[in-house]
Design a protein. Structure first.
Length: 259
């Protein structure tokens, strides 16, 4: 907040980024049947999102009390930060079976033209090496690439090899484009779920929030100025998290839900 007050150019930059993201979603969906929902309409019942299934990339216990579905872009610098945060969440909560992490692709084409092909690359690694290889490939991309379309595509083969898959098979898979449709389906699902940028997350709760927990969570949201970042849906079983929220905020939210 202090930096925003000191630098008058930052609000303009934020507005520009928001405009570019909106245009990215618009042009990606141009001439398609899916239309982005009005972000000013507060959802009342539940999130319109494909249910989590065994087809998803899941880290942790699928039956956990909290399942967090992340829509992310491999070239997004904020997603790089949030990848570290989520790994810390899994270390803190996932090992005890309290939180599971589901990853879905949300490439913002106008901002990051390379992200969509990188998403396909992770799917090729998944085909060839399974779920463990997928997560290793994903971590490597986020940890060792500069973001904002700075990746040299030749590095993808190197990363795939490190993930434990045959490089020739990987290159053949990536060249085929056979996972383009899957990546697009993830993107469209994110649009329906309310994603307007990355990272965008949905918490799916196994149990409906009690009145006292919901009240405590809403109080925390208001007290910390997070009304634009966190929304509790009236179903009591879904919560949206917008942006690369730091570990401390994620921890506070989880602790209220899990207590």
């Amino acid at each position: 907040m202090q930096e925003q007050k000191q630098n008058s150019f930052i609000p303009a930059a934020i507005l520009l980024a928001g405009f570019l993201i909106a245009m990215s979603i618009y042009f990606t969906n141009k001439d398609k049947n899916v239309v982005a929902e009005d972000p000013n309409i507060i959802p009342e019942v539940s999130i319109n999102m494909k249910a989590v299934s065994e087809e998803d990339h899941i880290l942790g216990n699928p039956e956990a009390p909290i399942v967090i579905v992340e829509f992310s872009d491999t070239e997004c610098p904020y997603c790089k930060i949030f990848q570290t945060t989520m790994n810390s969440i899994i270390d803190s909560y996932g090992k005890e079976g309290k939180v599971a992490w589901v990853y879905r692709h949300f490439p913002l084409d106008m901002l990051h033209s390379k992200a969509r092909k990188e998403s396909e690359a992770t799917e090729c690694v998944n085909e060839l090496g399974g779920n463990t290889a997928f997560w290793k490939m994903l971590d490597t991309i986020y940890a060792r690439t500069p973001g904002n379309d700075g990746l040299d595509f030749s590095k993808l083969s190197e990363f795939a090899k490190e993930a434990g898959v045959d490089v020739d098979d990987f290159n053949s898979c990536l060249a085929s484009g056979r996972y383009a449709g899957l990546v697009e389906s993830h993107f469209q699902d994110g649009v329906k779920a309310g994603a307007r940028g990355t990272p965008y997350n949905i918490l799916l709760l196994k149990d409906t929030l009690s009145i006292s927990k919901e009240s405590e969570l809403n109080t925390y949201i208001m007290k910390n100025g997070l009304t634009e970042n966190i929304m509790v849906y009236s179903s009591g079983k879904e919560i949206s998290l917008n942006g690369a929220l730091p570990f401390g905020i994620m921890q506070a939210v989880f602790d209220i839900i899990l207590k």
